[in-house]
Design a protein around this ligand. Structure first.
Ligand code: BGP
Length: 465
């Protein structure tokens, strides 16, 4: 029997992207280089098919017609970011007037089309000059970021009402300082912890700066909350492994952002292993006093873990992997076109956790989506990608989200990753996610079947499941 899933009239139906992943024009109009622009210059092979961010989908030039495409499918919110290196080339000093014009134009156009701007300040794209002096390991960079954040609030805060300090701050920690996925490709867990701590401090200081300006809006942080499930719920060592994984990869930012404190258990583990970051009591007070108003949640797939099996080798440096192994659960449902697990119920579990343990703070899905390699194989005779798999993916996640909302979860919106297929860090255009297909050669945008589906859902605030 079919059921109607009705959402609130003011629910945000949106899509998400980020500056570096959509703007293109990486070297134009005074923009400075960020770590990805620079990394491409020295190691182009690290990028899928050697495609750089310069080839992102030209939102810098086509923002007007792209916003019209959002309007065409009835989206009422758009989550993107400001490029620090475009607004303040080099990371500190003069503001780039062309960037101010660009972001003003984008904001004004979104508002004119009835689309709410959700703006994030930092999406992995550190200005290279800031990285050169140590990136998030250096307090000077934290201060430069806070000045940049304040500049954004002053320039755009009269119209942007939803602000976020970071997107997935754990990713630069893991990708840049633990697992060598992103520049600066360092493997050093002690340094990773300092990066995490100063990223959190930067976020809390930006919240303080926002509050001082007394603007009429809300500020939060976007976290990739990844539920970590134990192999065996009845095995205490597996359960403990999942718990520690959650402490390291979710609660390390969630707790200080929402509750103002790092989890005590996490601090004890770090202390025992001589891995506490450099910190001061004044900084901890800033974190304590500047918790967020709102939360963005990115959810793609869960993490499954089991108790670590191998003994710790004498020369093995301390790392989260001391406590758990990843677990490839037999029979788990995989996305056959990208290799990530599909587990829609995870969104419900996140919602319950936020409701029960984080004061039921207002939140939004700020990213959720299904990446597909070689999506051209699904283009139908009418030229439209027949992405029924994506419709099914979105619908199932929305069904679980709907159930959580019915049970009191304070989720106010859903943003698909992404709007038009976009460039993605080292993966470039490998995985396509958009409501619109992007033809790389011509830059032509063509709606997909999922875009047509969302057009109806966003119009009616409901769908039949
Ligand atoms: C998220 C990031 C996005 C985007 C997405 C898809 O973690 O916030 O910026 O990259 O993942 O990633 P990918 O294109 O690598 O599949």
């Amino acid at each position: 029997m079919s059921k109607t899933y009705q959402f609130a009239n003011n629910f945000w139906w949106g899509a998400a992207s980020s500056a570096t992943q959509s703007e293109g024009a990486a070297f134009e109009d005074g923009k400075g280089l960020n770590i990805f622009d620079y990394w491409y210059q020295i190691e182009p092979d690290k990028f899928h098919n050697q495609v750089p961010a310069t080839d992102a989908s030209t939102f810098y030039k086509n923002y007007k017609s792209d916003i019209q495409l959002m309007k065409d499918i009835n989206l009422n919110s758009f989550r993107t970011s400001i490029s620090w290196a475009r607004l303040i080339p080099g990371g500190r000093g003069e503001v780039n007037p062309k960037a101010v014009d660009f972001y003003n134009n984008v904001i004004d156009e979104l508002i004119a089309q009835g689309i709410e701007p959700f703006f994030n300040l930092y999406h992995f794209d550190m200005p290279i000059e800031m990285q050169d002096i140590g990136g998030w390991e250096n307090l000077e960079v934290v201060e430069a970021y806070v000045t940049y954040a304040k500049t954004c609030f002053e320039l755009f805060g009269d119209r942007v009402k939803y602000w976020f300090t970071h997107n997935e701050p754990i990713v630069p920690v893991e990708a840049g300082y633990m697992y060598q996925f992103h520049y600066p490709n360092i493997v050093d867990f002690k340094r990773a912890i300092q990066v995490a701590y100063y990223s959190q401090l930067a976020s809390s200081m930006a919240v303080a700066a926002y509050r001082e300006l007394q603007l009429d809006g809300k500020i939060g942080i976007i976290l990739n909350l990844t539920p970590s499930y134990p192999r065996d719920e009845s095995n205490t060592t597996d359960v403990k492994a999942a718990h520690i994984c959650d402490l390291f990869f979710n609660r390390s930012f969630l707790d200080p952002s929402v509750k103002g404190e790092f989890p005590e258990e996490l601090m004890t583990i770090l202390k025992e292993h001589d891995h506490l970051p450099v910190y001061t009591e004044e900084e901890l007070a800033v974190i304590k006093n500047n918790t967020v108003d709102i939360l963005g949640v990115n959810y793609y797939q869960p993490r499954r873990v089991k108790a670590r099996e191998a003994a710790i080798a004498a020369d093995e440096a301390f790392a989260p992997e001391w406590f758990f192994d990843n677990y490839e659960m037999p029979g788990r449902r995989m996305n056959p076109y990208r290799g990530w697990e599909i587990y829609p119920r995870g969104i419900y579990d996140i919602a319950k956790n936020v409701q029960e343990n984080y004061g039921n703070i207002e939140w939004y899905i700020s990213e959720n989506g299904m990446g597909v390699e070689h999506e051209e194989r699904f283009i139908g005779e009418d030229g439209i990608v027949q992405d029924d798999y994506r419709i099914e993916f979105i619908q199932e996640h929305l069904e679980w989200l709907h159930q959580a909302i019915e049970e009191g979860a304070n989720c106010k919106g859903y943003h698909l990753w992404t709007f038009i297929d976009n460039w993605s860090w080292a993966n470039a255009y490998k995985n396509r996610y958009g409501f619109y297909r992007l033809d790389l050669a011509t830059q032509k945008r063509t709606i997909k079947k999922s875009g047509l589906w969302m057009k109806e859902v966003a119009k009616l605030n409901r769908f039949d499941g």
